[in-house]
Design a protein around this ligand. Sequence first.
Ligand code: PEP
Ligand code: MG
Length: 588
Amino acid sequence: MRILQGRPVSAGVVVARASLVQERPLPPIEHTRSLLSVESEITRLEAAIAQTLKQLAKLREKLASLPEEGREEISALLSVYERMLSHSRLVRAARARILQDALTAEAAVQQESDALALRAGPQPGMPEEEIEAARRRAGEFREVARRLLRNLTGVSFRAFSNIPTGTVLVAEQVRPADAALIDPNRIAAVLSEGGGVTDHTAIMMRALNVPAVLAIPQLSEIVRDGDLLIVNGTTGSIILHPDAPTLAKARDTMAEEARERKGIGRLRRLPARLLSGEDIELLANVELPAELPLLLRNGAVGIGLLRSEFLFDEELPLPDEDGQYAVYAGMVSDMEGRITTIRVLDWGGEKGIARLRQLGLPAGDEAENPAMGMRGLRLLLAHPEILEVQLAAILRASLIGPVRILLPMVTSTNEIIAAREHYERVAKRLRRRGVKIPADLPPLGIMIETPAAALTTDALVRQADFLAVGTNDLTMYTLAVDRASSMTSELYSPLHPAVLRLIRASADDAFRSHRPICVCGELAADARAVALLIGLGIRSFSMNAAALPRVKRMIRSLTLDSCDTLCRQAMLTSDPIELQKLVRQFAV
Ligand code: PEP
Ligand code: MG
């Protein structure tokens, strides 16, 4: 058995044999100067363009058999390629090169596409929100050139059509347009050594609903045709030559996923309602805009936690107010009237290490106890200019749809008061600038993720409009166990009596003061734990979007009585192992 690890881009577990697809490399361009006449080279170029357009038209025909969502994405991409082959800058400039410099058609296409890709690609100082689009655009020039060069040199494209049905496609690189050749009914999963030319490849794989893992080092050296694999598109792990128990476990997961998939379409439209009639709010945790389609597909009624620290590439300067506004506004608009809860930047601890360095702060291993130092709201209050820019961008975006703002890593009322002062100052400044923002400012809430916050919720609620319990950090800070350390991972359990008692204390204070409270740590993705939390009185949960159907299905099978009983028993249990057993064995 051997385990490989890559970048998970499309969820799902698959057990199948590998089908290696190799692409014959293009020969190097030996002659840049043509030995033929200029007219002959122009004719070769025109023929290659015509052939490429014909191939793209064929790809388009294949779209009819793809799922609707994938069809739209890929069709738009093919249109871009088609435009690039018709009177585009690329074609005009390549023609000019042949005429002026007597280049071969290959050299002309290569040189011009390289120059255009370089010019279209990311530039120093470019605003962050434009970088991905620039990368994509550069990738599009390269892809069109690759297609032309294959046709000019007669080096065929790889064929996906002769891959045996039900196998895992293993390739060095998967390009976005390849998605048109991937029949999700035939190809069990997709693996590649390359990271995908742009995020487009990942989007395509998700749109096709094919489990996929990209950026797997040495994949093509290690995996052989016909090898048995377990692909986990959720975690990014690939198990090669699995033993019998591992195989049996993976098959169970596959069967469970198949059952879940069957029910998801129906489930999305059904309310998250207990059998006894109480409605539960199911929201999603989000890190990137690309997650929104899954969130909507799985029926979330909103975003309960947008971890804004993951939205912007840390190696680049943080976008200014307009740049951030564009990103938030896009997401709020895509949520089409559903609530979007944006948490302000939670740098510090294991997150935002590059940002801490940019601010001249010790980060990661250089810092003593990084999780306990400058982190979350503490850091933002020490750098109010960063907080204020972000608040201004969010306030402007809140005109587009319902928004809430969430403060991370709170330990005392003073911090919330200080943050609120910045919030009101920003609002005043925007109004003075003549910028439109809502008359009633969006609610300002806090994360309950330190024992201090959980135990003083009665005081914090006077300053906070709503509460979100972050069980990931609350567990870490309560049990004194690093959430990121594998050495102590068996000690890290949110189902510890101490954590539950803190959640109960916080929830009781929230109810008394009529403040909405939501649980948004990983515990909310554990369907049985959700039953326990409902017993505690919690009615709102935010989780990774993939977990929504499982949790909703559980909720629809519960009564408030069954949740109360579980909760009562749990609260009487002081042994963490017993408590975990009690919850695991809870059957409806
Ligand atoms: C948490 O701590 O539970 C939480 C939701 O925030 P994060 O995981 O981003 O720290
Ligand atoms: Mg946290």
